[in-house]
Design a protein. Structure first.
Length: 175
């Protein structure tokens, strides 16, 4: 989860909060794109495709937040940096596996959406600014919607056996 010790939630302005939210989305998008590359290397296109859709969702949400931030604050410089957060919504690096199924990829995404929800829940009691509090409540609630969307996608998957890594192992070759 993110490192709340590096962010003083009591002093966040709405601009800072929007910048933080944008950075969270950017970090998650970048991580999902890394996973897409990994899954393509492992020839697991279903997992790669799902991670690509998650990257697109994160990008879209980040763009919406950026437009909102720009409308309110123009090109004012950021006071919040990427170094102030870590894995707020981005899935953990150790989550992807060779031969991942789409369902396993969705479980990774569900964990990330849950992690982001918990970040906002834990931050809210420390937020002083009413506008920031409303934004964080909105972001918290959006994470619940995202969890529901991932669960729905999982329900729509056919019930199939999960791949076993041994299904993909090469037979020994004689020397």
């Amino acid at each position: 989860m993110g490192n709340p010790a590096t962010v003083d939630f009591t002093k966040l302005t709405l601009q800072d909060a929007l910048d933080l939210a944008i950075l969270v989305e950017e970090e998650a998008q970048e991580r999902y794109l890394e996973f897409v590359d990994q899954m393509r290397q492992h020839h697991t296109p279903e997992a790669a495709d799902f991670f690509a859709s998650m990257a697109q969702n994160e990008q879209k949400h980040g763009e919406e937040l950026h437009a909102r931030r720009h409308a309110l604050f123009g090109d004012a410089p950021r006071r919040v940096t990427r170094g102030m957060l870590w894995d707020v919504e981005a899935p953990d690096y150790d989550q992807p596996r060779a031969f991942m199924s789409a369902r396993q990829a969705m479980q990774v995404a569900l964990g990330s959406e849950t992690k982001a929800y918990e970040f906002f829940v834990q931050a809210l009691p420390h937020v002083a600014d009413p506008e920031v509090k409303r934004l964080f409540q909105e972001l918290r609630d959006e994470e619940l919607i995202h969890q529901s969307l991932v669960r729905e996608a999982m329900r729509n998957l056919p019930e199939a056996d999960e791949p076993d890594a041994s299904d993909y192992e090469d037979e020994p070759v004689a020397h």
